[in-house]
Design a protein around this ligand. Structure first.
Ligand SMILES: [Fe+2]
Length: 399
């Protein structure tokens, strides 16, 4: 299709700080790269599942085989970056006298490591007051040398300067930003993702797709992010079904890792929107994994967002999905994009609704979710204003 007439806000900022190294097996470079950053004693941050699956050992072996000293492994990270775990992680880093950190894991691990690094940099013991500030930009300085190895292809948080933190007491997910919290280097090694179970491959991949789609239609949309997000959509539609079906397919795993990072470079600058706001609330109150919550909400919020000012953007999305949009009315193309997402969800085996999580379908019971979503920082980037009534309707549609 020809590039349509699309306006965007005339002012935007663009940040793309982390250096990316990509290759199957690129973990072999970890010693050299960390030394270049000035790190010598490494604290590794991860979770027990990845230790048990042997994925962490794939990185530890390279650390042992290098000039680096392994100060210790903190494997107590749980689903979502939790404030009490962040605080424990910082105490661990100090107790083993580390001077640099490596994160090996998905979004929860990488976000926890980012927050730990902020605590190390600030000299504080408790992340809660910092999380409450949300934007930690004033007087921010570079932090301890930090390399991240994502083990999922979805969150992309190895390239963003934001993290989502779970406040387990308030049961709320908070977005926190810091200009130096992203790793200095993101090492994209698709060999680390081959053991990922099909269902996690599927819903983390849907997280990446949600980033790309929300970025393109967000109120912060701009041409640089569009380029990254549109190509991420092309790659995800081609390779996510392959990665789910054939876990050892390195081409599919590699492209999914790149798509995830590209989508995150996009949304890291444009922000996301209603899907993320509604999904954060589902994660905060019901503990639904982030990618899965996005997957459930995505088609409903997309359909809600097909408004006059965004219809051409949805047509671009449909084109990137591989839909033949030439000669199609823009609105029809936009609707076809929603149907294509539903088709992809079925192909990758994600057919859950909110009912599967025992979420009641009545107004009163949904009110806490609605209020949490309405207060989420991402909702302001949704292209169509969401009243509480709209949020309630979307949750009911997803039930
Ligand atoms: Fe996300």
């Amino acid at each position: 299709m020809k590039y349509p007439d699309i306006a965007f806000e005339p002012f935007f900022t663009w940040v793309n700080r982390p250096r990316i190294l990509y290759a199957p097996g690129v973990r072999k470079e970890v010693g050299f790269e960390m030394s270049q950053l000035g790190g010598t004693r490494v604290a590794v941050f991860t979770d027990r599942g990845l230790v048990n699956a042997g994925v962490v050992e794939m990185v530890l072996a390279e650390i042992r085989d290098s000039v680096l000293e392994l100060a210790g492994v903190f494997d107590g990270i749980l689903q979502d970056a939790r404030i009490e775990v962040i605080n424990a992680g910082a105490a661990f880093y100090r107790s083993v006298n580390a001077d640099c950190m490596i994160a090996v894991g998905g979004g929860s691990v990488m976000d926890t490591a980012k927050a730990v690094n902020i605590l190390i940099g600030s000299g504080d013991d408790d992340f809660q007051p910092l999380a409450d500030q949300a934007g930690l930009w004033e007087g921010a300085r570079p932090l301890a040398p930090h390399i991240a190895f994502p083990t999922t292809a979805g969150t992309g948080c190895e390239v963003t300067s934001a993290m989502v933190v779970l406040d387990t007491i308030a049961k709320a997910k908070l977005s926190v930003t810091h200009p130096y919290c992203n790793p200095d280097i993101a090492m994209l090694d698709p060999e680390l993702t081959v053991k990922l179970p099909a269902k996690i491959t599927a819903f983390t991949g849907m997280d990446a797709l949600t980033h790309a789609i929300e970025s393109i239609v967000s109120t912060g949309a701009e041409p640089i992010a569009d380029a990254l997000s549109l190509h991420a959509i092309r790659l995800i539609f081609k390779y996510l079904p392959v990665a789910v079906r054939d876990p050892g397919n390195m081409e599919a795993r590699g492209y999914m890792m790149l798509a995830s990072a590209m989508a995150a470079m996009g949304f890291g600058n444009t922000m996301t929107g209603g899907v993320h706001a509604l999904a954060h609330a589902l994660g905060g109150i019901y503990g639904i994994p982030h990618g899965l919550a996005n997957a459930i909400m995505l088609p409903h919020v997309m359909a809600f967002n097909i408004i006059e000012e965004r219809v051409e953007r949805f047509r671009m999305i449909a084109d990137a999905m591989g839909i033949e949009v030439g000669g199609m009315e823009p609105r029809k193309a936009a609707e076809a994009a929603v149907e294509a997402v539903k088709g992809l969800l079925t192909t990758v085996g994600l057919t859950q609704t909110l009912k599967d999580f025992n979420i009641p379908a009545d107004r009163e019971a949904l009110q806490p979710l609605v209020e949490l979503a309405a207060a989420d920082g991402q909702i302001g980037y949704n292209p169509r204003y969401m009243e509480e009534e709209d949020i309630l309707t979307l949750y009911l549609q997803a039930n």
